[in-house]
Design a protein around this ligand. Structure first.
Ligand code: IMP
Ligand code: MG
Length: 179
């Protein structure tokens, strides 16, 4: 067990190697799917930055990246229920294929909000991809088009995901036990 796992009572669910391998597969799929289309790949801040970085570095086709800030969780492990835009994308997406990159889908509220938001902006297409999806039966207003991994309904940190703004830089995916 690594030092930080002991210190924070973390249990590794997915190793960095497992995550990177899945992202490589996804990169290959998207390279084929979006060949000659120059997609705009939009990462949702802050959780999706590692996923966005890793994915786009593995892709070989022409693409553009952008970032959008949204928050629904505020310094706790409990959802506040409200979604807010904290930073908007910085380009016109009309007529362009858009790929939205999320860290995790829990209730699906954030994704529902995003889907509505982009539907109004006349993108050519909108595909939603999440690194993690909580394996829950609870009210999921919206599922992602693709989810790389299913995780149990526990609080997850690492690979971009935080608890009270900490642990984003942990290399793998962990369950945090002491919340
Ligand atoms: P949803 O709107 O309930 O689907 O929540 C989505 C957002 O909540 C994600 O983009 C994360 O930022 C955050 N979130 C949900 N579950 C977790 C978790 O287990 N760990 C860290 N962040 C989470
Ligand atoms: Mg998020």
């Amino acid at each position: 067990m690594k030092e930080y796992e002991k210190k924070y009572q973390l249990e590794e669910i997915l190793t960095q190697e497992e995550v990177e391998a899945k992202i490589s597969e996804l990169a290959e799929i998207l390279d084929k799917e979006y060949k000659d289309q120059n997609p705009i790949i939009i990462g949702i801040l802050n959780g999706a930055v590692y996923f966005l970085t890793s994915l786009t570095q593995k892709m070989k086709i022409d693409l553009e990246i952008d970032l959008m800030g949204l928050s629904s969780y505020r310094n706790s492990s409990v959802s506040s229920g409200k979604v807010q835009i904290t930073k908007d994308i910085s380009r016109d997406i009309e007529g362009r294929p858009v790929i939205i990159i999320e860290d995790i889908i829990d209730t699906g509220r954030t994704l529902q909000y995003l889907t509505n938001y982009f539907a109004n902006q006349k993108a050519k297409s909108v595909e939603t991809i999440t690194l993690l999806e909580k394996d829950v039966e609870k009210v999921t207003s919206k599922r992602a088009d693709r989810a790389l991994f299913k995780v149990p309904d526990v609080f997850i940190v690492g690979y971009g995901l935080d608890y009270a703004n900490k642990y984003r830089n942990l290399p793998g995916i962990f369950e945090i036990k002491n919340v």
